[in-house]
Design a protein around this ligand. Sequence first.
Ligand SMILES: *Cc1c(COP(=O)(O)O)cnc(C)c1O
Length: 369
Amino acid sequence: MTTQPTTFAHHLTQDPVPEEVRAAILADPGFGTNFSDHMVKIDWFGDVVAGTGRWSDPRIEPYGPLVLDPAAAVLHYGQEIFEGLKAYRHADGSVWTFRPEANAARLNRSARRLALPELPEAMFLDSLRELVSVDEQWVPDGEGESLYLRPFMIATEAFLGVRPSRQVLYSVIASPAGNYFGGPVKPVDIWLSRDYARAGRGGTGAAKCGGNYAASLVAQIEGEAHGCQQVMFLDRDRGDAVEELGGMNVFFVLGDDTLVTPELTGTILEGVTRTSIIQLARDRGMTVEERRFTLEEWREGWRSGTVTEAFACGTAAVITPIGRLLSAEGTIGDEGARPGTVTMDIRKQLLDIQTGRAEDPHGWLTRLV
Ligand SMILES: *Cc1c(COP(=O)(O)O)cnc(C)c1O
């Protein structure tokens, strides 16, 4: 079966961001505060319970507010999912993205969990290609910079009864992104959340949905009050097993040649960055273990020197060394520690592939423009 490319109607803006304003934004993009001139919209009508429905009217529209009925299901019951990936400009001017099929597959896993309709992979890829083609001038070309793409799906049916929405909007917006933490890579301190969980057994931890983020905000506030930029969540039912951060997966380096990351238990989000790091580490001849890794093992390993590095990973910040884990029960890690060499090596290797400076041995890149 051949898939027809999706045809998008173009309703282009009469009022694009002026060139000099765009230039100023691209000179210092920050993260998530500025948006390109257009957005993707595709409607869905159907019934996920009956297994019916279809996607209709794919279009590019001017970037702008959505009109939603105040009774739209997403506003009341949080039926929403999203994705995040980046478009990188390579030295020859072409624009590429990283493993978008993995994001398409994850969007559909999230959709199944939230009783939303699945979007065909080809339509997902076409939507990215279409938006980046129209807004190509919004892809920055500085070191570590990219156009961050945010596909999302929301329940738009005006209905206050509790059941899956029969009307859904899929959309993609794009936001120029700078070098996430700017300047030289510095280890971040992480706060250990004791009072809060972001996900529980049977819940939505493995789905990329807004509700998980809403649930993590109070923990984030607590962490920031302790001078930390991120929060670590544990699974108490599994003996304080390390899970992940609010929006990033975690890895531990044991000695020089073993990498440990928490196994996927259903409460952890399966990051595309995580999967890619596992592959790159194996390519380098490292042993990678996906298993239970407890707070106690981390503390003991840090004391005895067997746990030599820790880092967090995700699309937005790629790989960030973890300096210390702070908590009411004490601290793991040394103040002023420098980024670990294994962490920085893998980080460079991954970034070099994404930005076209190194070969792409696994065919992870897809050209958009
Ligand atoms: C998106 C996300 C990640 C990282 O996933 P990537 O695909 O690597 O960007 C990790 N944890 C959570 C909770 C996330 O939402």
